[in-house]
Design a protein around this ligand. Structure first.
Ligand code: OAD
Ligand code: ZN
Length: 262
């Protein structure tokens, strides 16, 4: 489906546009849902950019880089411990449910930049196998040893009261770090390859709640578009994705995704 055949306009999503988008999604053998922080905003988890965004209040250079961790691991763990706590006390919302329900019927892959695990939780509740979610930026609930590289799931509360209380590797005793991709670090090449393959194979890519400012993830919708397939955006604000798409729905994920996927 080429862009010229689509009916809605970016600033005037109407019932006809929604009907057209639903038709595309229903007809698709492979749907890719590509998500960012806005996907979880209505679950009470703050986004990074835009109104109320974390990067307005905190500096990424102090909290989300290897240099920051080497300089002050306690501060970095305090931040990730706080975010882990926020997510632990929240639950997947209606938007996650809509995605997981369609995934349970088959033919849907999620590629997410989110580290909150809410897609995975929602999918697990519906018996969807874990590989349907590709979490490009890691997980708040995984640690990685700074020395031996051992990776473990960890949902515990982080004690960041001092450097001596920070989590340590059970194999070698070295300091653990969050298993999250920080600025300046490479993404897991295997996950990235799977994500781009999904983008190439998708009949439609639904982009939800991302400012599309962080590469290489931000290129994913472009790959689907380059193959002549439809890209649909859900975001209350306009982004570099919406400027190219005619099927851009302005509003929250919980409002639009269930209507699109039901
Ligand atoms: P951003 O915070 O950059 O963008 C969030 C987007 O969500 C914005 O475009 C908002 O307009 C939109 N939004 C807000 N509320 C929404 C709602 N209720 N429904 C739908 N959309 C909504 O988040 P990302 O694009 O995910 O990196 O940021 C990319 C990466 O930068 C993140 O993965 C993170 C960050 O630094 C790591 O954690 C490694
Ligand atoms: Zn170790």
């Amino acid at each position: 489906m080429s862009q010229e055949n689509l009916d809605a306009t970016a600033d005037q999503p109407d019932d006809h546009g929604l009907a057209r988008a639903r038709e595309l999604v229903n007809a698709a053998a492979h749907v890719l849902v590509f998500t960012g922080a806005g996907m979880s905003a209505e679950c009470g988890i703050p986004t990074f950019r835009g109104a109320g965004g974390l990067w307005n209040r905190f500096r990424a250079e102090d909290l989300a880089t290897p240099t920051a961790f080497a300089r002050d691991p306690r501060l970095v763990w305090e931040w990730y411990g706080w975010r882990r706590g926020l997510v632990t006390s929240s639950r997947p919302g209606r938007a996650h449910a809509a995605v997981a329900e369609r995934a349970a019927r088959g033919g849907l892959t999620v590629v997410t930049q989110n580290v909150d695990g809410l897609h995975e939780r929602s999918a697990r509740d519906r018996g969807v196998p874990p590989h349907h979610t590709i979490a490009l930026h890691g997980s708040l609930f995984r640690t990685r040893c700074t020395d031996c590289g051992n990776v473990e799931w960890d949902e515990s509360t982080v004690d960041s009261s001092g450097e001596e209380t920070l989590p340590r590797c059970e194999l070698c005793g070295s300091l653990l770090r969050p298993d999250i991709v920080w600025f300046g670090e490479a993404l897991d090449p295997e996950l990235l390859e799977r994500a781009f393959r999904s983008a190439r194979e998708a009949d439609v890519c639904i982009v939800v709640g991302t400012s599309a400012r962080v590469e290489p993830a931000a290129s994913i919708p472009r790959v689907t578009r380059a193959g002549g397939r439809a890209v649909i955006e859900i975001n209350p604000e306009s982004t570099s994705v919406s400027s190219r798409e005619r099927l851009a729905f302005r509003g929250g994920a919980e409002d639009w995704l269930p209507r699109l996927l039901e």
